[in-house]
Design a protein around this ligand. Sequence first.
Ligand SMILES: Nc1ncnc2c1ncn2[C@@H]1O[C@H](COP(=O)(O)OP(=O)(O)OP(=O)(O)O)[C@@H](O)[C@H]1O
Length: 273
Amino acid sequence: MLTINDLTRRFGDKKAVDAVSFHIERPAMVGIIGRSGAGKSTLLRMLNRLTDASAGRIVFDGQDITALRGRDRRAWQSRCAMIFQQFNLVPRMDVVSNVLYGTLNRRSTLATMFNLYPTADIRRAIGILDRLGIAEQAPKRAEALSGGQQQRVAIARALMQDPAIILADEPIASLDPMNARIVMDALRRIHEEDGRMVVCNLHTLDTARTYCDRIIGMRDGRVVFDGSPAQLTTGVARDIYGAGADFSEAATSTDIETLDRHQYERGKARALV
Ligand SMILES: Nc1ncnc2c1ncn2[C@@H]1O[C@H](COP(=O)(O)OP(=O)(O)OP(=O)(O)O)[C@@H](O)[C@H]1O
């Protein structure tokens, strides 16, 4: 299905992504973890063709994605929708119009300029919002919604493209634990019910373990772990994060209780010094 072969991206002398190779056989939910700067975003952006690869290949269902240009590249970007940490909605525009933006690639410039959307598309947008539990927010401006609601609008906009793959770049990094759970539940449900592949960059180990079928760990641009949630032990996590013996999983957790405990324990350790 999706094969990545020796994919590399250089920025000057630095290899942000360094000869990454993996194969995803079926529409799985895959988590990519690693410390800040490990190359997770660059990898996702290359998959979506927002960033060009310096070397290597991406092949999806037999098609060489790395070679696509112009219209073909835009068509790929529709099949492989991207969700970002900061939602990337138009804040002053209403929720339905933000969702309808997901159809932009297949509409004429004139229709876009005059905000003309076919009724069927509007119905579909509202249906998707309903599925994500936020249909009643449809007429509101995007900026009036909570972060968790805004991220669900971004997911709805992605679904409007009917993508084969959803790429989510730190989709819960700006959210509180409760909203993080709602958004991850939504992504998991979309994966299970629609059979869409979801590839998700995550900062937090517990989220990756809970929601993903497979986890890829990156360090300094390279894949250093590729396995199941059960194989991602604390020792493996320590290697991925390049941390010392004092590495605590709590430092990468979204769970409030774990975070509280971690802060408490750090405070206690400081008090002892
Ligand atoms: N446009 C760019 N120009 C120069 N260097 C870049 C650019 N984009 C990324 N980098 C560098 O490439 C490396 C990988 O960055 P990337 O954003 O992919 O990491 P990341 O794992 O997604 O980190 P984070 O979790 O902080 O988003 C970093 O050292 C970063 O500074």
